[in-house]
Design a protein around this ligand. Structure first.
Ligand SMILES: Cc1ncc(C[n+]2csc(CCOP(=O)(O)OP(=O)(O)O)c2C)c(N)n1
Ligand SMILES: [Mg+2]
Length: 349
């Protein structure tokens, strides 16, 4: 078995951490911690499988490593059984895994197998699981935002108190459809939680080079929309703040915009080997973020401090995550490709 990719240095044995939520729910955060580690190992295995070239991963593969606290903390604040929905962009494996989709089906989709959640026809960018409220990943930058508006309208028409979360990157914010959707959402008080994953870059272009106003949250003030900027690396802060916001959206239906400050570790997609990254970000910058702002490490430190995580339990969780990722890849490897007659089913032409 591979060594866990997510093991970090021993957390300092500090005592009470003031940043821990007052009503700290150890069981819940242990589950979130486990989910983040599982997602990390799943993604790191995807990266290795892509490079091995023997598992059928073709085309695109965008990895979420470094951003896990956002998907886990926010989807963990939603009631997907109660009809909440969410939709993502193409960096989408973690949304499904955080909601509880079987990792084998997610991996099989990435590898183009018939057992995948989109029967192998969507690939990495089109993971979905509608029965868990996940309406899919989208390859068109900003293309999921108007669809989220539609999901929100469905809630409004049916008079429910559900919420739809829409995850997108900073690159989406310069798309026309994004602005049309935010305007309508605010005008008609549609309950969409717009979740900007601000990782500082759209492919190789930094925010400073592409946004006339790099203070991205402030841009939604032109729609008079409520907005919050949140440290996306701190699962405790993410979850506690978002849970309150989601609950308030149920009693007072309205759109809310969240700017989650985060960072991606891998290149934009697997084809971006970061050899060229020196042109848009330095290796030192990536290492600095990994060693000081890693969401798993930060969570681990707080769990150690609170006395709910031991070194033994941490290691057990990490090795279980490696085993789960390897089992998912084996499930995919053992699965068949879609047959030629299957390929044209469920496809709009
Ligand atoms: C409409 C459109 N234009 C361009 C592209 C090519 N493209 C793919 S990803 C991407 C960058 C998007 O970055 P961001 O929204 O910040 O998300 P991140 O990759 O950082 O998570 C671009 C320009 C696309 N897929 N769709
Ligand atoms: Mg980005």
């Amino acid at each position: 078995m591979a060594k866990p990719a997510s093991s970090v240095q021993e957390a300092p044995a500090t005592s009470a951490d003031p940043a821990l939520p007052g009503n700290f729910d150890a069981e819940k955060y242990l589950r979130f911690y486990e989910q983040m580690v599982h997602i990390r190992e799943f993604e790191e295995l995807c990266d290795r499988a892509f490079r091995q070239g023997t598992h059928g991963i073709g085309g695109y593969l965008h990895l979420y490593s470094g951003e896990e606290a956002i998907a886990v903390g926010i989807i963990g604040a939603m009631d997907v059984q109660g009809g909440d929905s969410f939709i993502g962009h193409y960096r989408d494996h973690a949304y499904a895994l955080a909601a509880g989709s079987p990792p084998g089906q997610v991996m099989a989709e990435i590898c183009g197998k018939i057992t995948g959640c989109s029967k192998g026809k969507g690939g990495s960018m089109h993971i979905c699981d509608a029965k868990l409220g996940f309406y899919g990943g989208y390859g068109i930058v900003g293309g999921n935002v108007p669809i989220a508006l539609g999901l929100g309208w469905k809630i409004k028409y049916s008079g429910g108190n559900q919420v739809c979360a829409c995850f997108f990157g900073d690159g989406s914010m310069n798309q026309g459809g994004f602005h049309e959707s935010l305007n309508m959402a605010q005008l008609y008080k549609v309950p969409v939680l717009f979740v900007l994953e601000n990782n500082g870059y759209a492919m190789g272009t930094s925010i400073e080079r592409s946004h006339a106003n790099p203070d991205l949250a402030s841009r939604v003030e032109s729609y008079a929309m409520e907005h919050h900027t949140i440290d996306g690396q701190d699962i405790f802060g993410v979850h506690e703040q978002v849970a309150k916001i989601v609950e308030s959206m149920r009693t007072n239906p309205r759109p809310v915009f969240l700017e989650m400050k985060t960072y991606r570790y891998h290149g934009h997609g697997a084809a971006d080997t970061q050899v060229t990254q020196v042109t848009y970000r330095s290796k030192e910058e990536v290492e600095q973020m990994k060693s000081t702002r890693d969401p798993i490490m930060l969570c681990e430190q707080k769990m150690f401090a609170a006395g709910v995580l031991s070194a033994e339990l941490r290691d057990k969780i990490h090795y279980e995550a490696v085993a789960a990722a390897e089992a998912a890849l084996k499930f995919s490897d053992d699965s068949a490709n879609p047959t030629p007659d299957e390929l044209l089913k469920d496809v709009y032409a």
